[in-house]
Design a protein around this ligand. Sequence first.
Ligand SMILES: [Fe+2]
Length: 257
Amino acid sequence: MLSRRRFLALAASAAALGGGYTLFEARRVGVTRLDLKLGLGLRAVHLTDTHFSTSVFSPAEVAAAITELDPELIFHTGDLLTYRRGLGEAVRFLEALRDTAPVYLVPGNHDHWSGVGAAGLKEALGSRGIVVLANSATGYGDLAIAGVDDPYTGRANLERALSGAEGEVRLLLAHSPQIIGEAAQRVELVLAGHTHGGQVRLHGAGALWLPMPREYRRFDYGLFSVGRARMFVSRGVGTGYLPVRLNCPPEIVLLSL
Ligand SMILES: [Fe+2]
């Protein structure tokens, strides 16, 4: 695994060498379908890491694709923003989603690093009917929906998040998959992002760099079973500081719960 500095240098080289291709891949958001067989009969969309204003996907196209999927619930697992200046566009994007279905969002590390933070997200989104869960919970029928503040920057309080969670099936929204260390025996399902699937993957070598403690780096992308929980880690929709993806296309995820 590379250092962050070497990863950024290599990704920049890949962008230069790959020319338009890596940018092209970063713009093409696909739909991944996942049947989790929880017996709830719910359709939900999971999206993550939209990274306004450094991403290159079309918010209008992604919002339209989500509307087309006709979900009953929409979950965003953080890094809504890279920079504060992306907040206006992010709010318009989430308002479009909210017109389709209830939207639940947890903060990610970049939401904090942007200076907006959990309080700023609540202020900007709460009055618009978008539910920001930062160490808190709500419910939808038999589904308890808990959300922790960002685990990567040490803000997650799982105990507090789960204290208000009532429902037969417990879903936990968390930005970084490293929450699984605490959550594996406490919930049925974790949805996470943060890794971008590595964003740049080489055949045979996988992700070159993942911003997580070493013991959690195997949770780079996909569905995992740990303890009593399953956890899905999405590649995400956007890109961080570099608008580059290679062998790691962006996605929204349609879940059958
Ligand atoms: Fe991210």
